[in-house]
Design a protein around this ligand. Structure first.
Ligand SMILES: Nc1ncnc2c1ncn2[C@@H]1O[C@H](COP(=O)(O)OP(=O)(O)OP(=O)(O)O)[C@@H](O)[C@H]1O
Ligand SMILES: [Mg+2]
Length: 207
């Protein structure tokens, strides 16, 4: 199984490699900086993790990622993603086993952090339209009787469905909301970056 550090590297590299695509989406309905912001942030994350004494400590690792994203990403997404990682770091413990329950708890803490900070909800055409459906897959009512692997796979599909859903709705938050109905037809950049992060996490976990 991949180490925690290798998983972060997988996620960071995936985000950096999709910089142009994220920028293209944000150019259509925002100010065109999401890819640049995220690539800058995850380049800094790679450096920060390299300097950590013990990146296998999940709580320390998530805190480092969150602080680095807040300091370097900027825009709306930096503080939101940063808060998510920091809130998750507070409840995850140092070496939690990868279980459905723990994944559920960590995602819940991160999503609550984003909601508190950004006041957006499901259907506003944001990163939450991917993160909330991912989280749903690990909740007891949906995960009951399933294996962790099945939950991970369902969440991967839910992430793609969430991105597709953002195409069909107008934005209610951020600069994209200034476009109103004209934002329909384009995927939300933050929803796409969330899907990229989740899928890269899963690919790295399994490698
Ligand atoms: N209040 C919010 N809650 C959750 N996500 C949000 C919120 N506002 C913006 N986002 C997400 O952030 C993404 C844009 O991030 P970006 O890095 O481009 O920052 P930005 O240009 O400052 O954002 P924006 O133009 O949305 O204010 C959006 O695609 C959306 O997913
Ligand atoms: Mg932007």
């Amino acid at each position: 199984m991949a180490t925690e550090k290798e998983i972060v590297e997988g996620v960071a590299k995936a985000v950096i490699s999709q910089q142009d695509y994220l920028t293209e989406l944000d150019s259509k309905i925002g100010d065109g900086d999401h890819g640049i912001n995220m690539a800058r942030g995850f380049t800094a994350v790679l450096e920060a993790v390299e300097e950590m004494e013990d990146p296998s400590n999940l709580s320390e690792l998530l805190k480092t990622i969150g602080q680095t994203l807040i300091e370097t990403v900027g825009g709306a997404a930096g503080p939101l993603y940063g808060t998510a990682f920091i809130e998750a770091s507070k409840i995850c413990g140092d070496h939690p086993p990868v279980t459905i329950e723990n994944v559920e708890k960590i995602l819940a803490a991160g999503i609550e952090g984003i909601e508190r900070r950004g006041h957006a909800q499901s259907g506003d055409k944001t990163m939450l339209d991917v993160l909330i459906p991912i989280h749903e897959c690990f909740k007891p009512e949906n995960a009951n009787g399933k294996t962790l692997r099945e939950c991970f796979n369902e969440a991967s599909k839910a992430a793609r469905d969430g991105v597709e859903f953002t195409k069909t709705i107008p934005a209610n938050r951020g600069r994209a909301s200034y476009l109103g109905e004209k934002s329909i037809g384009t995927e939300d950049p933050g929803a796409v970056s969330s899907m990229i992060m989740y899928r890269a996490f899963l690919a790295a976990l399994r490698s």
